[in-house]
Design a protein around this ligand. Structure first.
Ligand SMILES: C[S@@+](CC[C@H](N)C(=O)[O-])C[C@H]1O[C@@H](n2cnc3c(N)ncnc32)[C@H](O)[C@@H]1O
Length: 212
């Protein structure tokens, strides 16, 4: 799986990348109540411009991404000095208020996440095969302190379609995965995209008490 992602980045097959800030982030983030200064975890971040939007809105960002190519592109397409350092097993790039950790999200540990106070998942859960999603939801719960909010943008798909990534994750599955540790609120379903049958679905979450 990791190999496939690295190949996609190498070959430029990154149809998931958006050239503009995601409208659901702009619409819903201000409603979550994340205080200015709160550091936002962005798992499986690619080179998403949404990280710049968050940084511009007073949120230090910590993105985690397997593909070094994605991170190199993000910083070269951005502005400002880039500093690089290591915290095993991650190579870390910092540009302004954005730090990007190059490595596997599942290797990122709670002791490295001390200051995180919110999360943003756009196309992270849906990048993972079904068997890995439970692990993802629990791992995220371990990194997010109780009371902290998050926004999740997932994809639904016309019945009968299969394959991926991206995968489709239906509403029942989102609830099943996250409700043990998060208060989960469905915010909206987008319009079906012409041709693909995909439609985005947007969720607000708040980390509940300890559990995990
Ligand atoms: C569908 S893309 C979404 C990227 C980004 N969130 C966006 O909205 O453009 C999923 C990304 O997750 C990365 N990825 C996949 N598995 C990963 C893992 N275990 N740890 C870190 N990154 C991973 C891939 O390289 C890819 O860039």
């Amino acid at each position: 799986m990791a190999q496939e992602w690295l190949e996609r980045w190498r070959e430029g097959r990154i149809g998931f990348h958006r050239r503009e800030t995601h409208p659901a982030l702009v619409r819903y983030w201000p409603l979550l109540g994340a205080r200015p200064g709160t550091k936002v975890l962005v798992p499986l971040c690619g080179k998403s411009l949404d990280m710049r939007w968050l940084a511009r809105h007073d949120h230090p960002v910590l993105g985690i991404e397997l593909a070094g190519a994605a991170i190199e592109q993000f910083v070269s397409e951005g502005e400002g000095e880039v500093s690089r350092y290591h915290q095993e097993p991650f190579a870390i790039y910092r540009q302004g208020n954005v730090e990007l950790w190059c490595g596997d999200f599942f290797h990122f540990h709670i002791d490295q996440a001390a200051e995180i106070g919110a999360f943003y998942d756009r196309a992270a859960l849906i990048a993972l095969p079904p068997a890995t999603r439970q692990r993802y939801a629990f791992h995220l719960a371990q990194l997010i302190p109780p009371g902290s909010p998050g926004l999740l943008i997932s994809l639904r798909r016309a019945p009968g379609d299969s394959g991926g990534p991206p995968y489709h994750v239906e509403a029942d599955e989102v609830r099943e995965l996250f409700e043990p540790n998060f208060q989960v609120t469905h915010l909206e379903d987008g319009e079906p995209e012409p041709g693909s049958g995909f439609r985005e679905s947007v969720w607000a979450m708040v980390r509940r008490g300890p559990k995990v």
